[in-house]
Design a protein. Structure first.
Length: 268
């Protein structure tokens, strides 16, 4: 079982959790941080090598949570052009293409290996999809996508893997290809999510920023930080709220608090 609530209040920590986080002050050395930044692509590539297409579940919840995929149409079977920024191996992309036959999707990822998996998928067709490798912090999206041509951009569990100092570059890049009046749909890890509380001492890179054992990194967003990030790049906020879920594992009698940030920002 699970319950879910949306709102603007961050999750409140238990006294034990608060104490544990307060104690964890030691940051990973600058030398190791620079190495992680330099090897970020290699680490994600190795992640996909180890897990191939089996790690993430197909995300059939996308159209349920993001009604905008339907709402941004002016008439029922209008063709939509979407960009999935950070497509991984297509767990979000292919369910969408199956559910909605009037979508053309651009899909890019940091990991060349992930893009190869997308292209090898039986559902991949160049008539409905264009997948390409891209580092969103430095490769210009205009090399693959015309300016002001995209109806919806999905940014789902992607920005958290980018160094906080470079996140604005991703939003700037996306802005160029999004049509005026259209939106970025965002979902990612929120502050005090269960995953954040599970990091062992010695994993901290900065405020709300951690490194996993495999070298991939994860940032945990506050509503305020995300809002400032998008506003600084010229977007208007439509929705920006925490989604708090408590997943209950009855077998082990475990309650796992999940916190995500789910948001929508418009290009004026």
């Amino acid at each position: 079982g699970a319950f879910q609530q949306k709102g603007h209040s961050a999750r409140i920590l238990s006294p034990e959790e608060a104490e544990r986080l307060a104690k964890d002050r030691v940051l990973v050395s600058e030398f190791k941080q620079l190495k992680l930044e330099k090897e970020a692509q290699k680490n994600w590539d190795l992640f996909y090598k180890r897990n191939s297409t089996n790690f993430f579940k197909d995300r059939h919840w996308t159209t349920r949570e993001f009604q905008e995929l339907k709402a941004c149409r002016e008439f029922a079977d209008q063709k939509l052009t979407i960009l999935e920024a950070g497509c991984g191996v297509g767990n979000c992309l292919f369910p969408l293409l199956e559910e909605d036959l009037n979508i053309f999707a651009y899909a890019c990822d940091f990991s060349p290996r992930a893009v190869e998996y997308v292209k090898k998928n039986a559902l991949y067709s160049t008539e409905r999809c264009k997948a390409f490798q891209c580092d969103l912090t430095k490769d210009d999206l205009l090399e693959n996508i015309p300016a002001d041509s995209v109806d919806v951009v999905t940014l789902i569990f992607v920005l958290s893997a980018v160094h906080p100092d470079k996140m604005h570059l991703v939003l700037k890049n996306i802005y160029k290809v999004l049509k005026p009046g259209k939106c970025v749909l965002f979902r990612d890890y929120g502050l005090y999510d269960h995953a954040m509380l599970r990091f062992k001492s010695g994993s901290k890179l900065g405020e709300n920023f951690y490194v996993r054992q495999d070298g991939t990194r994860s940032y945990f967003f506050t509503e305020e930080f995300l809002s400032q990030l998008f506003n600084a790049e010229g977007y208007e906020q439509v929705v920006n709220e925490y989604v708090q879920r408590e997943t209950v594992n009855r077998k082990e009698d475990l309650r796992v608090p999940r916190v995500f940030l789910q948001s929508k920002f418009r290009k004026p």
